[in-house]
Design a binder for this molecule. Structure first.
Ligand code: OGA
Ligand code: FE2
Length: 428
């Protein structure tokens, strides 16, 4: 039995894809190009067409959903009432029952010894616990920055704290909670060698003014993780996501965790990316041995607003559809302000989305590779974050769709999962 479900995804031809229910509808309705390239699947990407374009999609039998394009670079869509009020309330309730905390990503036990042994010994458990003054196994982002600036003379001479913070926040802080777990802390040497080295090659020099770049306060939000069987018992939300994205159901079903986040007044996330740039290191979700330099590979973010925020708490995309954006210029041109600071510069963003209970925001963190049709480079324009909550509280949930840029590894991942599920079923 299970072999057939494995072969569906492995040997999918264009024809097979076209006859897959979800994708057939997708072809008909969504003006997207699925399939091709031999017998390999191609990642669907909803065509934004143009800003203001509105589609009516039947994501559930008999229920039409409005999908509105609000940016083309990256493609960003708003889907009002994607979740019902009851679904929003239930997710908040489940998160509260579970308890919100600063969550860790991976248990320390799974760190690959070799990669840690080779690393700069400064970034070890001992330093971590020394810096962790309150002993909660998390390092405040600001403390890490200070320690790093002190330890890394070469970096401190050339880069502002804001610039280093940028690298830390997009490449080290895997879950973007602005705290580092020990595992995240141990990623620093690997990340440093890839990204800071690239940076050094740009021959940036720090100017007086850049040195004065201000950092916003790093207030945290609370978060917890839920799994599909907890919050989506009848799989109706999952099915809507399958229809909306046009992705193979196995990909959606394997991305089955929901991150629920709560912000209080003053809470925010500065601008960041939800995914990591392609590099030699392996994607975390397909790897069986977790190492400190695993990447997070998130093709799509679907963010749900679970309540209406009294004031503030927008989601900002500072460089969406910016014609002249380059990361280097962006950092360098803003000498007196920290452009990543969404506590103070929310409204400077090109796109600002107001929170609205039940609405989903969907965007693509990666391009589709033009050659392979599979996961391509990260979309640099997908930079985003959450603005300061001014009044009231803000609840959101993140549903991240994980895709490995290595096609074979992604297929192997599904094959293993399907085998595992079949074994579990057989054992019942
Ligand atoms: C995130 C995020 C934006 C928001 O949680 O990764 O970008 O509006 N949140 O809260
Ligand atoms: Fe994010």
């Amino acid at each position: 039995m299970f072999l057939s479900s494995v072969s569906v995804i492995r040997a999918t031809s264009c024809k097979a894809l076209d006859t897959d229910d979800g994708l057939r509808d997708w072809h008909k309705n969504h003006e997207t190009n699925v399939c091709r390239v031999g017998n390999r699947m191609v990642l669907p990407q909803l065509n934004p067409v143009k800003i203001g374009k509105v589609r009516q999609l039947e994501l559930e039998p008999g229920r039409l959903f409005e999908v509105k394009t609000v940016a083309t670079k990256p493609p960003i869509f708003l889907i009002p009432n994607f979740l019902t009020n009851e679904e929003c309330d239930k997710i908040i309730q489940l998160a509260q029952d579970k308890g919100l905390a600063r969550s860790t990503v991976l248990p320390t036990a799974t760190i690959d010894k070799a990669s840690v042994d080779n690393a700069d010994p400064f970034y070890n458990a001992e330093t971590f616990s020394k810096l962790d003054l309150d002993g909660d196994n998390l390092l405040d982002f600001t403390e890490v920055l200070d320690a790093l600036h002190e330890h890394e003379i070469e970096i401190a001479e050339k880069y502002t704290t804001a610039q280093v913070e940028y690298i830390l926040s997009i490449h080290v802080d895997i879950n973007s909670d602005r705290y580092l777990t020990e595992l995240e802390f141990r990623r620093i040497p690997a990340v440093k060698s890839i990204h800071i080295a690239q940076w050094l090659s740009h021959q940036l020099t720090e100017t007086e003014e850049e040195a004065r770049v201000k950092r916003g306060p790093h207030r945290r939000s609370e978060q917890t993780w839920l799994r599909v069987p907890q919050y989506d018992i009848d799989r109706s939300i999952t099915n809507r996501i399958i229809k909306l994205t046009g992705l193979h159901p196995d990909i959606i079903k394997a991305s089955d965790t929901l991150q629920v986040v709560q912000y209080n007044p003053g809470g925010h996330y500065h601008s960041h990316y939800d995914s990591h740039a392609l590099s030699g290191s392996a994607c975390q979700h397909t790897e069986t041995t977790k190492t400190a330099d695993n990447r997070i590979c998130r093709y799509i973010t679907i963010l749900f607003y679970l309540n209406d925020v009294t004031e503030g708490g927008q989601t900002a995309f500072p460089v969406a559809d910016n014609e002249t954006y380059t990361a280097m210029k962006y950092m360098k041109n803003n000498k007196l302000v920290n452009p990543f600071d969404l506590a103070n510069h929310c409204l400077d963003s090109n796109l600002v989305v107001e929170a609205e209970k039940g609405m989903a925001v969907l965007w693509y963190n990666h391009e589709r590779d033009p050659q392979t049709g599979w996961l391509g480079e990260m979309n640099q324009f997908s930079l985003h974050g959450g603005c300061d909550v001014i009044k009231g509280e803000k609840w959101i949930a993140n549903s991240w769709i994980y895709v490995d840029d290595n096609y074979e590894l992604q297929m192997k991942f599904h094959e293993d999962r399907n085998l595992e599920n079949a074994k579990e079923k057989a054992a019942l």
